[in-house]
Write a protein that binds this ligand. Sequence first.
Ligand code: SF4
Length: 290
Amino acid sequence: MIQEIQSKKVLSFHEDSFPTNWDLNPYRGCTIGCKYCFAQYAHKYLGLNDFFKDILVKINAAECLEQEFKQKKWNKEQIKIGGTTDLYQHIEKKYELLPKIYEVIKKYKNPLFIQTKSSLILRDFEIIKDLSKITTVDIATSISTLDESIRKIIEPGASSGLERIEMLAKFNGICRSTTLGFMPIIPLISDTDENLEAIFRLAKENKIDNVVTSVLFLRGEVKSTFFKTIQLNFPEIYTNFIRLYSKSTVDENYLKSIHIRIQKLREKYDLHTEFKKVNPKKNPIQLSLF
Ligand code: SF4
């Protein structure tokens, strides 16, 4: 079900600055459908059932953003678009909310951080290129695997891993930074030597500025649904997988060993890991529900 809504606010503040304190989400719900998605149960609070199918479209997102920018206490902090839902999920093709939002960003020269798992962002390449000339724009994507048969199970609505890296590379030298999140690394699935090496090598070959990594974290309802995904699609590793996640964080020995392997690859490919921040300040004006 797709539902168009008029939103009162589109900016939301959060304490965790990764890498900004401000999020702008033009949609609630996300058709990318990642099996490990932590946002999927937030929908229940809105009385909606399916985070991956019941999508709220903030059709007045650009107008709301302009109103919020006009507030005297707005400090021109960097805004992250796509922090809780993917901004370039499929219905953006129809609604085209982003070009209107970028117009407002351009008018106020506000710094921007864009994160997406979809190469639909290339539709707006020229707009983003123009924006980068007048304000700071950072671009990020994340991938878990280059194996398409696995990607189709765990991130069915995303672009392929290779497409995402190639998409990111197109912004090299245009935006301030490009960041590849190798995340989540899924134990016994996307942690093969082949996958780890290929992702770091491609990041280097494509001159990506930063590579950040994170191992799958599971808790609450996501943990049980993800276990079911493993049981159904990767039965051969199921027993060992649930053993690794007997707690919410992955087994400590596993974590140590994957960090050693990643560190070796960082050194081999000389890849950086730090986000550059744009004057991060905390200014908690009202939080947004929508
Ligand atoms: S792209 Fe992000 S918000 Fe969308 S389903 Fe995947 S993890 Fe969730």
